[in-house]
Design a protein around this ligand. Structure first.
Ligand SMILES: NC(=O)c1ccc[n+]([C@@H]2O[C@H](COP(=O)([O-])OP(=O)(O)OC[C@H]3O[C@@H](n4cnc5c(N)ncnc54)[C@H](OP(=O)(O)O)[C@@H]3O)[C@@H](O)[C@H]2O)c1
Length: 285
């Protein structure tokens, strides 16, 4: 049975993959929640869940949407040139609305000089949250395992300047399980910063071998130089920040900044982190 009192938890990004997974889990636990979404008509219909319309850049809407809520699960916004400004606006509005605790989906190795350019935005968002006075928990997710098949070109080749670097892809289901634990008892996790990774740190050669086995077709990895990486992505006509983000996905791996396995998924969820092969198998249905 869902609780009937005012929800104390608000989940953002519920029309997306990660936020949607978290919203479903909270509903399964019978928790009432608010879903702060850009399009309420696309919000999942869940027992005890009430959609409210807001986007991160709209201060007034965020203030209305978060009023009366204690804990917020904040999925990072879609990639854009002004994502950091949107995040700052959202955090400021959350503090003004009286939110107590923000659980922010950050990125593994978030740092001002991280090779992966978007990890710098995550660092600056974290800093803004720390300065806001809100209680916080940061989930520093490694690259999502669900996206690994999307790295493969139509010719069955993963191309990028990752050299033989390793990354510990993490499943969104594991992240959602960890987030659910935290959102259920947020004060147990005040000030905590969790590195969320998969159970193994893989080169892209290893990842290609996993895809080959699970998908039943040959997938290989061909390292590119940085110059080749920019050239091979030029046809997308993307802005420079987007190209930099795409290419630095790989150079961050080459630099060893996505390497390392943490036990946070197991600690938070009570189950081991899911191997890439199982994630890809589940995607195939
Ligand atoms: N670690 C990684 O490998 C990795 C890879 C890709 C992305 N990411 C980050 O992780 C986030 C979650 O991943 P995902 O797979 O769940 O992405 P997703 O399926 O695209 O979902 C993103 C969610 O955030 C909402 N959203 C985006 N920008 C917003 C804004 N400015 N204001 C309010 N809501 C906004 C979207 O709403 P709409 O439905 O209205 O668009 C959607 O519900 C992404 O948004 C991205 O920042 C991480």
């Amino acid at each position: 049975m869902a609780e009937t009192r005012t929800p104390t938890v608000t989940v953002t990004g519920a029309t997306g993959r990660l936020g949607g997974r978290v919203a479903h889990r909270l509903a399964e636990r019978g928790l009432a929640q608010r879903l702060l979404v850009r399009s309420p008509e696309r919000a999942p219909r869940l027992p005890g869940a009430t959609p409210v319309r807001a986007e991160y850049g709209d201060r007034e809407a965020v203030l209305r949407g978060l009023s009366g809520t204690e804990t917020v699960f904040m999925v990072s916004a879609s990639e854009s040139a002004d994502r950091l400004a949107q995040h700052r606006n959202f955090v400021d509005a959350a503090a003004e609305a009286g939110v107590r605790h923000l659980v922010y989906v950050s990125f593994y190795g978030a740092a001002p000089d991280a090779t992966f350019t978007l990890a710098r935005d995550h660092f600056h968002t974290e800093e803004h949250i720390r300065a806001s006075g809100l209680a916080y928990t940061f989930l520093r997710d490694n690259f999502y395992a669900e996206f690994v098949p999307d790295l493969v070109g139509a010719d069955g080749v993963i191309r990028g300047p990752a050299e033989r670097g390793r990354t510990a892809f993490v499943s969104q289901d594991d992240i959602a399980d960890a987030a659910t634990t935290i959102l259920t008892r947020p004060t147990d996790h005040t000030g905590a910063v969790y590195d969320l990774t998969g159970p193994e740190s893989l080169t892209l050669h290893d990842a290609a071998a996993v895809l080959t086995e699970v998908l039943g077709r040959t997938v290989t990895y061909e390292p590119e130089t940085v110059e080749e990486a920019y050239a091979s992505r030029a046809s997308y006509d993307a802005p420079q920040w987007q190209l930099d983000a795409w290419v630095s996905t790989y150079t961050a791996i080459a630099a060893g900044q996505l390497d390392g396995v943490s036990d946070a998924v197991r600690t938070l969820t009570g189950h081991p982190a899911t191997p890439l092969a199982d994630v890809v198998r589940a995607l195939r249905g």
